[in-house]
Design a protein. Structure first.
Length: 468
């Protein structure tokens, strides 16, 4: 459904009217146009608080990019910025007045106590007003759960409040702000996440703290087709977010099995035919579904690498008015079916080494929603399932979830207009997301180099005001 307010505000008259009335003025987000587009361009400034462990990796990843790289200098708290490498030109922050930045990247892993937080002010204060449209702010910190000293955990946890506030201050420029909390010695696992969060692929992801753990390896992948040779199964692939996931994974090189219910077969065939995939008719809640899916995967490909549990339904009613079958169906499609399918595929060893499982939660699963006790319970359950499974998976397999906010699909087009408008505007970017925003986040989880990203729930919500 088209966002008429968004279109109006992006006309010269609408922009002026919105400004004078103090109304939200969402700017168009820059999304990926071509698969071979550089992950970042323009002027990128990097910095590190003293003792930073990630700055060398950040410097080398960015040195290989299309960006003009600068490193912060001139402040005692930022001396370790020099470890960003020779390709980064020193830039004295005290006297900086020049061009805009497309990204500000800061290594905060060395911050040991609240006094060290001064480095954040020293790095960001002189340049934050120079952030360009659609720019990126990215901080790498140390996972507070791995800090032995309380003062260090305090400093590292502080990064979350900081980044979330920066996201709110800079969202009006279509800019995002995110945080990577790295486990000790997990520097090798950073690259795929640095690339994702600095790129146009993460246009609608803001205010997120992602944990990056250690993993056996981080293979070098072709950034244009990182999923080459992989087989993906996407449930609910005939339309909306599922169709976009199928297209995005195929763009990245995967062979896609698209699954949907029998009445959606015509739509599914069209989507799947265009990407040379295979279509499977199946109701995921049917008793025989796990075995049917496993047989299909085994027969056609001998196994599967990427399992994307996208199919979902809503059956909204306040609890007192909710019929029994609304409750049962919503829990079955959104939650139980995923577990049964995973169990079958893993028991038959059809999920390959280095496999990826991705589940779809929702902001309703984080914050709850009026009339959605069934849906919110199911989507909260998805989070519990993902977090518990992340501790159990072996063989380089990861499991993560996305929690979409307001995404422009048939599901949200069916909402009453007042709720729809509120959903669109109540986030730092003042607009709804597109199905591709969810799909790009899933493609990042699926990247072979994202083995350190496990057990995360990443919101794709433009930093919605709703929920944590
Ligand atoms: P949609 O309603 O457009 O698509 C859902 C797909 O799942 C359909 O193709 C449908 O046929 C399929 N499906 C439903 N029941 C099935 C079953 N028993 N077996 C197999 N396939 C089945 O939904 P949309 O908006 O694309 O959502 C996709 C996912 O994202 C869902 O899990 C939804 O809960 C979640 N989500 C969507 C949000 C949004 O703003 N659109 C927000 C938060 C979460």
């Amino acid at each position: 459904m088209s966002d008429i307010y968004f279109k109006l505000v992006n006309t010269p008259f609408g922009k002026t009217a919105a400004q004078s009335l103090g109304l939200p003025a969402p700017v168009p987000l820059k999304r990926l146009r071509r698969a071979d587009q550089p992950f970042t361009e323009g002027n990128v400034l990097v910095g590190a608080g003293n003792g930073g462990k990630a700055i060398t990796t950040i410097g080398s990843v960015l040195s290989a990019s299309a960006a003009t790289l600068y490193r912060a200098s001139g402040k005692a708290t930022l001396e370790d910025s020099s470890k960003a490498g020779d390709k980064a030109q020193a830039l004295d922050l005290a006297s900086y007045t020049k061009a805009e930045f497309s990204a500000l990247v800061f290594d905060a892993t060395g911050l040991k106590d609240p006094e060290d937080l001064r480095a954040l002010y020293d790095f960001f204060h002189p340049v934050i007003k120079k952030l360009g449209m659609n720019a990126r702010v990215l901080i790498v910190g140390k996972d507070p759960a791995t800090c032995r000293k309380a003062s260090q955990a305090a400093a590292q946890q502080a990064l979350e409040g900081f980044i979330r506030s920066v996201g709110k201050e800079t969202g009006k420029k279509g800019a995002t702000a995110n945080l990577l909390w790295m486990a000790p010695n997990a520097e090798k696992q950073l690259e795929s996440s640095l690339r994702f969060f600095l790129s146009a692929r993460s246009a609608y992801v803001s205010g997120q703290a992602v944990r990056i753990g250690k993993a056996a390896d981080a293979p070098t992948v072709n950034p244009v087709a990182p999923l080459t040779g992989k087989v993906a199964l996407v449930t609910g692939a005939s339309r909306g977010i599922g169709a976009s996931i199928a297209q995005t994974l195929a763009r990245d090189g995967a062979t896609v099995i698209g699954l949907d219910i029998e009445p959606a077969m015509d739509e599914l065939e069209k989507v799947i035919h265009a990407i040379n995939g295979k279509a499977l008719s199946c109701d995921i809640t049917a008793k025989e579904a796990p075995a049917k899916i496993a047989d299909f995967v085994e027969q056609h490909f001998g196994g599967v690498d990427l399992l994307i549990h996208n199919a979902g339904i809503t059956r909204d009613k306040t609890l007192g008015n909710m019929p029994e079958h609304f409750w049962d169906m919503t829990i079955a499609v959104n939650l139980s079916a995923e577990e049964h399918i995973n169990d079958e595929l893993m028991a038959r060893e059809l999920l390959r080494k280095g496999g990826r499982i991705v589940c779809i939660s929702s902001i309703s699963g984080i914050a709850g929603n009026f009339g959605q006790t069934n849906y919110s319970a199911a989507k909260s359950g998805v989070i519990g399932y993902v977090e518990a499974m992340a501790r159990q998976v072996r063989n380089g397999i990861t499991i993560n979830a996305v929690a979409p906010g307001f995404i422009e699909t048939r599901m949200t087009a069916a909402m009453p207009i007042t709720l729809r408008e509120a959903g669109r505007r109540m986030n730092s970017l003042s607009q709804g997301g597109q199905p591709v925003d969810v799909a790009e986040t899933i493609a990042w989880f699926c990247n072979p180099a994202s083995g350190g990203v496990n057990g995360n729930v990443v919101r794709v919500c433009g930093q919605s005001l709703i929920g944590k």
